[in-house]
Design a protein around this ligand. Structure first.
Ligand code: SF4
Length: 468
């Protein structure tokens, strides 16, 4: 184990934040590269946002990487480089650290609350569940021993198990339900072996009480599970009905209190066809915002004929903050194609300060990218340029990059898709079968080389391009 407590906390923190993004198998490479580059809080605090974005590129939710770095700076500048040692302080003092992450850091790194089970540190193995502890604790629910500081854990698996155990049918992401689940987990946890208990609970959710086809017949806590009992009672009712002697079936999940924040809403009663998978429930997601954005791949012939692309940096706040992209312009919905092209030309013109002919922009396709809350369509154009460009430094930061440099830059997955569409177009054009005149690697139409000594003026660049 890492002997330095701050390094230890930092390493767990990075892994937990990355694991919020995606699965362990994907995270491992990102995690190793991150820790190699910034092995300490101090190293991360000195990194630029651009470096952070470059390493985070492809992991999604870029704001999490940014917040991680901001928090590292805070620890270095305001906390003398010392990580908070308790879950409460971690959550209170570090931006982007929620209740689960704070608990994980405190318990794995500092031993608070017994042994926490971090997914990164202890992979789940079916069959290794110390089930007896869990079963015993479940049976004691409502008769907690007191005085211990051991704390439970609430992650996605635990939410599912507890909602089924207690027929909690309200939105499982609502504050009232989350608060109740933490309370339940804290009451249930085995006070002498919290680590084993938490591991058992999470494994139960991962291997038995799974989302779509839970193995209730093999479940060690089915006798304590209200959702399972309800299903059993319904089965008994159905079979006895066949013999003309139906028993009365109570609604075991109904607490009988109106407007209960935990019960299923009246509009979404128990659905017998779903069985225990009636729980947990989530509020219907808002439909994603639909957006269209025009983007232009500005290309020139670089040294030795290899193409280079112009990328600009996004603002330092908002969606994809600080990332690089092809010059882009959000479009109004239902704009006609020709109008889109004109608006993009106007935008490029304003940005460059000189005329850009709309007819010179060539439409090459559309790219759809789904962000968590946005359904984004990029309308992709290309514009071959004539030689080098010297941009006004007062404008957005911009730079020319080769294809390799583009992929090594802090660019979003969406922009990589845009370049792919552009490359595909180039390949089709350079295919002898398709009869294209232009070969891959050849200069763009009218383009001059940008090798040293041949740089052209801004005036040369801003000549209205020729229509294809
Ligand atoms: Fe989950 Fe079924 Fe076990 Fe209940 S009995 S906890 S629904 S697997």
């Amino acid at each position: 184990m890492e002997p330095d407590a701050d390094r230890r906390g930092y390493a767990v923190w990075v892994s937990e934040i990355m694991l919020q993004q995606t699965q362990v198998a994907t995270v491992i490479d990102y995690y190793n590269r991150w820790m190699q580059k910034w092995p300490t809080l101090q190293a991360l605090a000195q990194a630029s946002l651009e470096e952070v974005n470059e390493l985070w590129a492809g992991l999604g939710y870029y704001s999490r990487g940014k917040r991680l770095q901001e928090a590292a700076r805070k620890v270095v500048s305001e906390l003398a480089g010392r990580m908070p040692r308790t879950a409460e302080d971690l959550q209170k003092l570090l931006p982007g650290v929620g209740r689960y992450t704070a608990g994980a850091i405190a318990s794995i790194s500092y031993g608070q609350l017994g042994l926490w089970v971090g997914l990164m540190c202890v992979p789940l193995h079916p069959g290794s569940t110390p089930a007896p502890f869990f079963v015993w604790s479940i049976s004691q629910y409502g008769n907690p021993s007191s005085g211990s500081q051991a704390t439970g854990v609430v992650d996605g698996n635990v939410i599912r198990v507890l909602c089924r155990l207690r027929c909690i049918g309200a939105d499982s992401s609502s504050p009232a339900v989350i608060e109740q689940l933490w309370d339940m987990a804290n009451v249930l946890v085995d006070k002498s072996r919290p680590g084993d208990f938490n591991q058992a609970l999470m494994e139960l959710g991962a291997t038995v009480c799974v989302p779509k086809a839970p193995l209730c017949g093999e479940c060690p806590v089915k006798q304590h599970c209200q959702a399972w009992r309800r299903v059993e009672k319904e089965l008994a009712f159905t079979s006895q009905k066949l013999f003309g002697n139906p028993p009365k079936v109570p609604d075991v999940e109904d607490c009988g209190v109106g407007d209960c924040p935990l019960c299923p809403p009246a509009t979404e009663p128990w659905d017998s066809s779903l069985g225990v998978t009636n729980f947990p429930r989530k509020a219907a997601k808002k439909p994603p915002r639909v957006m269209r954005t025009a983007t232009c791949v500005l290309e020139r012939g670089g040294c030795h004929g290899a193409p280079e692309y112009l990328i600009v940096q996004r603002p330092s706040s908002g969606l994809l903050a600080g990332l690089w992209e092809f010059p882009s312009l959000p479009l109004a919905q239902d704009l006609q194609k020709e109008r889109e092209r004109e608006e993009l030309a106007d935008h490029l013109q304003a940005w460059m300060g000189r005329p850009v002919a709309a007819k010179g922009l060539r439409f090459i396709g559309e790219v759809i990218h789904i962000f968590s809350h946005i359904h984004q369509t990029y309308v992709v154009y290309s514009l071959p340029l004539d030689g080098d460009v010297t941009l006004d430094p007062a404008l957005s930061p911009s730079r020319w990059v080769t294809e390799n440099e583009f992929h090594a830059s802090a660019v979003s997955t969406a922009m990589k898709k845009v370049l792919k569409v552009h490359e595909k177009q180039r390949r089709q054009e350079s295919s002898p079968v398709k009869g294209s005149k232009r070969k891959r690697g050849a200069k763009a139409q009218g383009a001059g080389s940008t090798c040293p000594g041949t740089q052209l003026s801004l005036h040369a660049f801003l000549r209205a391009p020729t229509a294809p």
